[in-house]
Design a protein around this ligand. Structure first.
Ligand code: ADP
Length: 218
């Protein structure tokens, strides 16, 4: 993956997790917070740290924020500061501004003033955990829209030692297998004659109702 540079504003649990993960993956990361104590904790885990108030446009300019392709606004409870920061960043011409929202209204305002992506970390993680508890065979999923998703699904026991042609997911379940993962290896154009092993994972795309039928198999 190509290295990029990111700035993260607000180093609570969410912001610091985003910042340190981006840095660990080899990206340049500037971490900004109004409080010194949080900055000190992250000094060795990001490229640069700055104490600044992100609602102060001049302070952001002085940091050189315009050199960053993507800025993540992870300010928590202070909705006013979050909105003002996003507004300033978009006015300064930042290409991609990602912002954390506390609720739907907050998200609507963030989009209105130009946020490119709005995330709800608690809600999204809650959905993921609930989904996993209901369907333990589903290891991961990506919603494409309201009705369609891509899911990583453990090969059901009844399909072990059969090949893709035999399980015939396209006809029987209306689903397409786009890849098969075996341990660390991923086969992105699996041969129809490929026999499925017990620990294999199918990466499947289709309608949610069809995916649900398939994940009910064991
Ligand atoms: P989380 O729920 O992810 O832990 P928090 O609300 O605890 O989020 O953290 C938000 C962070 O944003 C805090 O560390 C706070 O100091 C920082 N913050 C709030 N307002 C500003 C601002 N105007 N400029 C920079 N950082 C800010």
């Amino acid at each position: 993956m190509q290295e990029k540079n990111y700035a993260v504003v607000g180093l609570g649990r969410f912001g610091s997790s985003v910042a340190t993960t981006l840095y660990r993956e080899g990206n340049e990361v500037l971490a900004i917070d109004i409080h010194e104590s949080l900055i000190e904790e992250l000094v060795d885990q990001v490229s640069h740290t700055v104490i600044a108030d992100s609602t102060d446009e001049e302070a952001l300019k002085a940091i050189g924020i315009r050199n960053f392709d993507t800025v993540i606004v992870a300010i928590g409870d202070d909705i006013q500061a979050s909105i003002l920061t996003v507004l300033i960043l978009k006015e300064l011409g930042i290409n991609q501004v990602v912002a954390k929202a506390l609720n739907k209204r907050h998200a609507q305002v963030l989009y209105k003033i130009g946020a490119d992506m709005v995330v709800f970390p608690e809600r999204d993680m809650g959905e993921r955990i609930a989904h996993h508890l209901m369907s333990p065979n589903v290891l991961n999923f990506l919603k494409l829209d309201h009705d369609y998703s891509v899911e990583e699904i453990k090969v059901p026991r009844c399909m072990v030692n059969l090949n893709l042609r035999e399980i015939d997911l396209r006809v029987k379940y209306n689903l397409n297998v786009i890849a098969i993962r075996t341990g660390e290896e991923i086969d992105i154009s699996p041969n129809p004659a490929k026999v499925l092993g017990a620990g294999d994972v199918l990466v499947v795309v289709g309608a949610n109702r069809d995916l649900d039928k398939f994940t009910d198999l064991t």
